[in-house]
Every structure is written in C-alpha cells, then in structure tokens.
Design a protein around this ligand. Structure first.
Ligand code: NAD
Length: 470
C-alpha cells in the first residue's frame, strides 16, 4: 500500500460527496458511515517445523442496519485495520445498491499465504474461526463470511466445519459462511459469480449506444480490447466470460509480470500455462511485460483491475488510456485518481456495482442453507405446485421475499445453475438501470457518486424505519 493511503477514508470521502446530493441529516449520514464493530485479535500458529508464530486477524462489521452482516475474508500481507474497515464499508453500500438484504462486514488475516503449507493454512483458518465464534462475530443470523482475495471454497469448508463443531444444536450451521464447495452445501455458480457479474455489468454499460458514442466506441462488448489486472478468481472468470461475449483480452497483468498479445490471448490456455509454470512468462505467441503495473497504462478500450485496491493513483491516473474502467477489484482507484479520471472523461463502472455478483450468489447460497432445500431438486420432474411450495419454504425460513424473476424461475422448474444465473443476471441488469436512473434523477456527473447516492438513500430509509433503540 502506498504511504498515506487509507481505504476507509477514501470510501467515507466518496460517501460524503454523494451525501451532498441528498437531504439526509448529517447525524444520520455520520451513523451510516461509521464502523459499528471492530474486532482485532492475535492468535498463535504452530508451524510444521515446530516453531511458533503470532498471527494477526480482523473482523469488521460496518453496518448493523440489516442482519446478518456479510463480507469476505482476505488473506494478504497488506491486511490492516483501515483496509478491512474500508472493505467492510464497501460491502454495506454494495448490498444496499443491489438490494441484497445484508449489512456489510469484512475479515482479514495478515499473512502471505504462499509462505504456508496447506496444513498450516487449515490451522490458521480454524483458529481464526474459533476466535470469531468466541466473540459472536460469526453465525447464520449474525455475520456470514465468504471468499475474498487469497481465500476460496477450501477455506470456507474449514470455517463451516469448525463452526458446526462448536454449535452442534444449530440446524442452520452451514449458513454461517458462503462460497463453500458443492459437497458442503455450496451453490452452483458461486465460484464464477463475481467474474460473471463483472461481465454482465460491462455488457450493460457497453449496450448503451449514447454512452458508447460519447466515448467514441462502437456499441456492444464484441471486439472491445480488454486488459485485466490479476488472474485470480475474479479476474479469470471476468476475462473468460468477456472473451465468450466476443471481447478480445489483449493483456493480463500479474504481480510477477504480465503478458500481451494485440490479437488476443486464449484465457483458458493462459491460466493452464500459469498453473504449470508459476507465472505468465513466455506464453506462446505473446510478449512478456516485466513491469506489470505499467500494463494499466497501455492502450485498450476496457481496463479491468481485478487484484487489489489503490492501483490507479494520482501518480499514474494521467497516463491511463482506457476509455472504460470496470472496477472488478474493491477500491482499485484512489479518490484523488478518480477526480482526475472523471475530468479526463473516463467512464468508470464502480466496484460497489460491478463486483456485486459474488454477494448476490452468496445470498442465494445462504437462502438455500437456511431453507435446507436442495435447489438441484427444482427441476421439471416436480410439478409447479411443488416448486411453489419450495418458494414458500425459502421465504418462510429466511424471512425475505424473493424477487418475481427468481420466483418465476423456480416455479417454471429450473436447475440450480439456471436459477443462480437468472437471479444474477436479473440483479446486475436491474441494478444498472437503478444506478443510471439515480444518476439522471440527481443530475450526478459520475457513476460512482450515483452508486453511493443510490445506496445511501436505501440505507437511510432502513435506519429511519428501524428507529433508534432505546
Ligand atoms: N472473490 C470474490 O468473490 C470477490 C467478490 C467481490 C470483490 N472481490 C475483489 O476482487 C479482487 C480480487 O479478489 P479475488 O477473489 O479474485 O482474489 P484472488 O486471490 O483469487 O486473485 C487475486 C489475483 O491478483 C493477483 N495480484 C496480486 N497483486 C497483484 C498485482 N500487483 N498486479 C497484478 N496482479 C496481482 C494475485 O496473484 C492473484 O492471481 C479483490 O479486490 C477482492 O476484494 C472478490
């Protein structure tokens, strides 16, 4: 992280700017911005070689206006309190924007995961979970983690198993975490959900002829030249789905070097190459790029930062050539850089909208766990009445009403994957519409401010309806 950078401050700055477009009282906006609970702790790890290490962990619950709170767990050496607070805050605004009924949270463990064996990672994950259980910072009705940078389905399975072991009476224990493997009551499509959502969001943006004309671009994703930073879970699936829609992935940047081919890179082959060789270096037919951060500045139509925050800063913003920046990562553009980019006429699709596919499908997984219904059973062998009962069971168990589109898909009879993808598409399309409507209604110049106005309004209503206790 660059010196003086604070993600939480940046997020509050964005919200403060959005609040100027609304009439919410200052006290209410202050309450919405504040982090409600911060848990910072350390615990010991016994390494495989018998030595001991102290591990630092965090869980931040940003907003209790809705329960449970929800947000991923990050394993990274850069984890620090302000980062986790900023990421937790982004979760609150993201959930509100796409109308997923959770408050925002985030967790972090300050480790470089590459330094640890699988056994050590399992001990870290299980102990981290036990620490959260001790302080009531996890549970299906309290706080529901998910994967983020450096974690995936494997870690989520360890968390679910540890939580279940400590709460044998809980019938809903598996709903304590999402992003689990399918064998552990995960849901079809969660792994690729964030990347798929990124692709759907970019498709919505590129389908607006007027917006594309202003940028001097053709309508549609097909033929657009794309550079992706980070070929992890989000970056890989975003690139894969964009490629399937006809976009041309001309460059991919990783922390240890990038690769470039003007004609396009085959994303599957590139990922296989990386798995086999440990880097993107020497991918057949492509050019090695040693300084991968410089790839953000290369000529392209769409830049997709999908690694970490604070990648586009005051220092490099003026050299960004992409016309569209799709924020797949959380917070990749600093506040100072955002101002420069907006002034330069860049079209920025903000993180709290664009990467919301992950939490959307996590919500479906949580509903599935609470209702104890296997969505896989919702197929054409069941009659419509049975499927209607499934809708009722899900709504009763979760206490929330499903959207009409999701209800229709269930009643019609669909596979779990159909259901997830239809709900995800529905969310990304409708949220884009809502976001653009806010931008027009409030006469807001940029999409990020419009996104924060939209979510601020929804959280404010929720707080006002709740009232203040006591
Ligand atoms: N996983 C999710 O469902 C999800 C959901 C919403 C948002 N996000 C956000 O997306 C981003 C990526 O998360 P992820 O889950 O894909 O993580 P990941 O760990 O699966 O992948 C991150 C990738 O970025 C690469 N990377 C790290 N530093 C880099 C650098 N300086 N330059 C280029 N590449 C670099 C890593 O090597 C890795 O391949 C994060 O900001 C995360 O908060 C993730």
């Amino acid at each position: 992280m660059s010196k003086g950078y604070d993600l939480f401050d940046d997020v509050c700055g964005f919200v403060g700017k959005a609040a100027l477009y609304t009439k919410h009282p200052k006290g209410l906006v202050d309450q919405i911005m504040a982090c409600n609970s911060i848990y910072k702790f350390t615990f010991p790890l016994r390494r495989d070689n018998g030595t001991y290490e102290v591990i630092e962990g965090f869980r931040v619950q940003h907003s209790h206006h809705k329960s449970p709170v929800k947000g991923g767990i990050r394993y990274s050496i850069h984890v620090e309190e302000s980062e986790v607070k900023g990421l937790a805050a982004l979760m609150s605004y993201k959930c509100a924007l796409v109308e997923v009924p959770f408050g925002g949270a985030k967790g972090g463990v300050k480790i470089d995961r590459r330094r640890y064996s699988v056994n050590e990672l399992e001990r870290i994950t299980r102990r981290y979970t036990a620490e959260l259980i001790k302080k009531n910072f996890i549970g299906p009705a309290i706080d529901v983690p998910a994967p983020d940078y450096g974690t995936g389905a494997r870690e989520m399975a360890w968390i679910a198993d540890t939580y279940s072991a400590f709460t044998p009476e809980s019938i809903n224990a598996l709903g304590c975490v999402t992003g689990k493997p399918l064998s552990q009551s995960g849901i079809e499509g969660r792994t690729e959900a964030t990347g798929k959502g990124v692709c759907l969001g970019l498709r919505e943006a590129c389908d607006r002829l007027e917006d594309m004309k202003k940028l001097g671009l053709e309508r549609g994703l097909a033929g657009k030249k794309v550079i992706v930073q980070g070929l992890g879970n989000v970056g890989f699936y975003a690139a894969k789905f964009l490629q399937e829609e006809g976009a041309i992935i001309i460059g991919v940047a990783e922390y240890n070097g990038g690769t470039y081919n003007e004609e396009g890179l085959d994303i599957h082959a590139l990922q296989m190459h990386r798995i086999e060789n440990g880097s993107l270096k020497d991918f057949p037919g492509a050019k090695n790029i040693e300084n991968s951060i410089s790839m953000l500045e290369m000529e392209c139509d769409i830049l997709v930062p999908a690694a970490l925050e604070n990648q586009i800063t005051e220092e490099n913003a003026s050299r960004i050539k992409a016309k569209i920046i799709g924020e797949a990562a959380n917070g990749p553009i600093s506040r100072a850089a955002e101002k420069m980019l907006v002034e330069a006429g860049k079209f920025i699709i903000p993180d709290i909208y664009l990467n919301a596919g992950g939490v959307t499908v996590s919500y479906f997984e949580w509903l599935k766990n609470l209702s104890r219904v296997s969505f896989g059973k919702i197929d054409k062998r069941y009659d419509m009445l049975d499927n209607l009962r499934i809708v009722e069971a899900i709504e009763k168990a979760s206490g929330v009403e499903l959207s009409d589109d999701v209800k229709r898909t269930i009643v019609k009879g669909a596979s779990e994957e159909d259901l997830v993808m239809s709900g995800l598409e529905d969310t990304m399309v409708n949220s884009y519409e809502g976001l653009r409507r806010t931008q027009i209604d409030y006469d807001v110049p940029d999409m990020r401010t419009a996104a924060f106005v939209n979510s601020l309004n929804k959280i404010a209503i929720s707080y006002m309806d709740l009232g203040i206790f006591p």
